[in-house]
Design a protein around this ligand. Structure first.
Ligand code: ATP
Ligand code: MG
Length: 633
């Protein structure tokens, strides 16, 4: 394959000559037995990729690298919370994974059984994930910061045989005990796991439940020399379930396959992220999110790279910590989220430049809209390309990106790039259901089936909900909806304009709250903003903005707050017109977000309208919602 090819041709081939294209990509993966069919799409919208092929995710992530990379770093665990740093070579990782797999076997875990992992960002969580897929068991990682209600609903949905957990996580120097939350969740849940494997970090009280809880360290001792071969599973065998963030409603259990996911990740490392085997990948996400699954654990390891698992804040001991790791481990590719970039933006940029970043090729950001001021600030601070990419838990890897590994292309501010190969992306007019072909006209971002390999197979245990939720919202057509708005410019670059349920209707004008936020965040005093629609007797809805100022003292008294409000309204007037001007601008210290850093507009809006904010189990900081209430009072 030539080093650089024409992206348009590459993309067209992925759609027009789908099977040949993906058969080529599938060569990046080890198959124990070749597949019969590249894509079985006999029963739309259910796609079965590489059916008949036998493979194993753990084999591809770990075992196959023992030839040639046994002594190379595979997993680098760094905790600035416990001041621990430990690197595992591929050989050591394989040994730890086999020990964990033997523990699972001793507890009766078999192919197809679910294992729920409720853990902080420690190496054992990685072992637990890889050991599950090694046996053909299905893991479901639940973010360690969730409380018992969120955990209980996932226990009931996934019905795990075994739960793996730890005594505690740590955040900002404070111990966050897990055990009582876990016990409470199991108490609340209808389903009861047979066993709970507890990793004791010595941080908090454990109080084992007799007959249910087992100690990881003690069991590991018994299986030090365990040899547990990989279970060869069909490519379509589920590898994991992962629940969406719950920004818009009840989380959905995204079910992923094995072979398709493996192929998709291997290809993405080459065409999008451009990490080379032997280099180090650093994703600052959490294993509780999709980015953690795809680009902390599986993607880098499948690609023979070392991966950093980091427990701690981006600002402790100081805002230079991530960049010191880049220097120390010669990180070549870094992946983070705009929300983290905005945290760093409040710090002195000098922290980011005191380390040698010469190994770093690019910083990728995904998960929410990347506003231009943040992107520019970050690019100036680290002097590296900042590459936005757009995807969802459902897709498992990017729908939109710049595929520099295929053909280098410029980025455009505010755009996550072009449609990624394999995704037959269309913009759909919401009212008519017709496809929008002219540039710069807003539509719902949708895709023709089949979705490429790596995307969700279904919603766990609920095929009907899968079809109804994702494939039935576009009039008269079976098309996948992302539920995001976007436009495409004449060069094929997309711009994400927010979620379809974030549109407000002011006196007959339909406005995206995202566009208003973008405008407000261009004001130099603004650090962060959330805009929601609030019911209004006269206008139907009005926009309300909640703003976090870079310097809170600017709105310390009513007169100066009023001044800031007017300055912000003026910015919106000038950029979008008076129709988009928020009815009020209020100042808060922090905004309500999910634990993955996404704005909870749904909850803010409910509070504004005096309604019950509903399911808050995925919310980060309940005090943030109280600040909104206080501002409205
Ligand atoms: P739920 O589906 O449960 O409401 P969620 O959509 O927040 O939760 P995720 O799958 O974690 O769960 O998030 C995917 C969404 O995040 C996308 O649909 C989009 O709205 C947003 N997003 C992701 N990346 C980007 C990006 N680069 N630019 C703009 N928005 C993005
Ligand atoms: Mg979503």
């Amino acid at each position: 394959m030539p080093a650089s090819q024409n992206y348009e041709a590459f993309f067209r081939r992925s759609i027009d000559d789908r099977d040949a294209f993906w058969a080529e990509q599938a060569q990046g993966v080890d198959w124990h037995q070749p597949y019969d069919r590249v894509c079985n799409y006999d029963r739309p919208p259910f796609a079965r990729w590489f059916e008949g092929g036998l493979t194993n995710l753990c084999h591809n992530a770990v075992d196959r690298h023992l030839k040639g990379r046994a002594e190379q770093n595979a997993l680098i665990f760094v905790s600035t919370e416990t001041n621990t740093e430990k690197a595992y070579s591929f050989k050591e990782l394989q040994q730890e994974v086999q020990r964990f797999a033997a523990i699972y076997q001793s507890l009766g875990v078999k192919k197809g059984d679910r294992v729920l992992i409720y853990m902080p960002m420690i190496a054992e969580a990685c072992f637990a994930m890889l050991a599950a897929v090694r046996l053909g068991a299905v893991h479901t990682v639940v973010f360690g910061g969730f409380a018992s209600h969120a955990l209980a609903s996932r226990i009931d949905d996934a019905t795990p045989t075994v739960i793996v957990s730890a005594d505690a996580g740590m955040r900002g120097g404070k111990v966050v005990p897990y055990k009582h939350l876990l016990d409470e969740a199991i108490e609340l849940a209808g389903h009861k796991p047979a066993s709970v494997v507890m990793v004791n970090r010595g941080l908090a009280d454990l109080a084992p439940v007799a007959g249910r809880d087992v100690d990881y360290a003690a069991l590991r001792e018994q299986f030090l020399d365990a040899q547990v071969p990989c279970e060869w599973v069909d490519s379509t065998h589920p590898s994991y379930i992962l629940y969406t963030s719950g920004t818009t409603g009840k989380p959905k259990g995204v079910q992923r396959d094995t072979g398709g996911y493996c192929v998709a990740l291997a290809a993405s490392m080459k065409h999008i992220y451009q990490g080379e085997p032997g280099e180090t990948f650093f994703s600052t996400s959490d294993i509780g999110w999709v980015v953690g699954h795809s680009y902390i654990i599986y993607g880098p390891l499948i690609n023979g790279m070392a991966t950093i698992m980091y427990e701690g804040l981006p600002t402790r001991p100081d805002a230079g910590i991530w960049w010191s790791l880049v220097e120390k481990y010669k990180v070549s590719v870094m992946f983070s989220a705009p929300t983290a970039a905005r945290v760093l933006k409040k710090q002195d940029p000098a922290y980011l430049t005191q380390y040698d970043l010469s190994s770093l090729k690019a910083l990728f950001l995904a998960g929410e809209p990347l506003d231009e001021p943040t992107a520019t600030w970050m690019a100036d601070a680290i002097k590296k390309p900042i590459i936005d990419n757009y995807w969802q838990t459902e897709t498992g890897w990017p729908i939109m990106a710049i595929c520099n590994g295929v053909e280098p292309a410029p980025t455009k501010f505010g755009s996550p790039g072009k449609a990624v190969y394999g995704f037959d992306v269309r913009l759909i007019d919401e009212t008519t259901g017709e496809e929008i072909t002219e540039p710069n006209r807003k539509g719902v971002i949708a895709a023709e089936g089949p979705l490429p390999p790596g995307c969700l197979q279904t919603i766990w245990g609920d095929d009907a909900r899968y079809v109804k939720t994702y494939w039935s919202s576009i009039h008269g057509r079976t098309m996948y909806s992302t539920f995001d708005w976007g436009v495409k410019d004449a060069d094929g670059y997309f711009f994400i304009l927010g979620r379809t349920d974030d549109v407000i209707n002011v006196a007959g004008h339909r406005l995206g709250t995202r566009e208003i936020e973008e405008s407000i965040s261009s004001h130099p005093n603004v650090a962060e903003v959330a805009v929601v629609g609030m019911a209004d007797q006269l206008k139907g809805q009005v926009a309300v903005a909640f703003v976090v100022l870079k310097d809170a003292s600017r709105a310390a008294d009513p007169a100066s707050a009023r001044e800031q409000e007017q300055a912000i309204m003026k910015t919106v007037d000038e950029q979008l017109g008076a129709v988009a001007r928020p009815a009020m601008v209020r100042f808060v210290g922090t905004l309500p977000k999910t634990r993955s850093g996404k704005l909870l507009r749904r909850a803010i809006q409910a509070v504004c309208e005096g309604r019950d904010p509903g399911d808050l189990t995925t919310m980060d900081d309940p005090a943030a919602l109280q600040q909104i209430r206080d501002q409205l009072a």
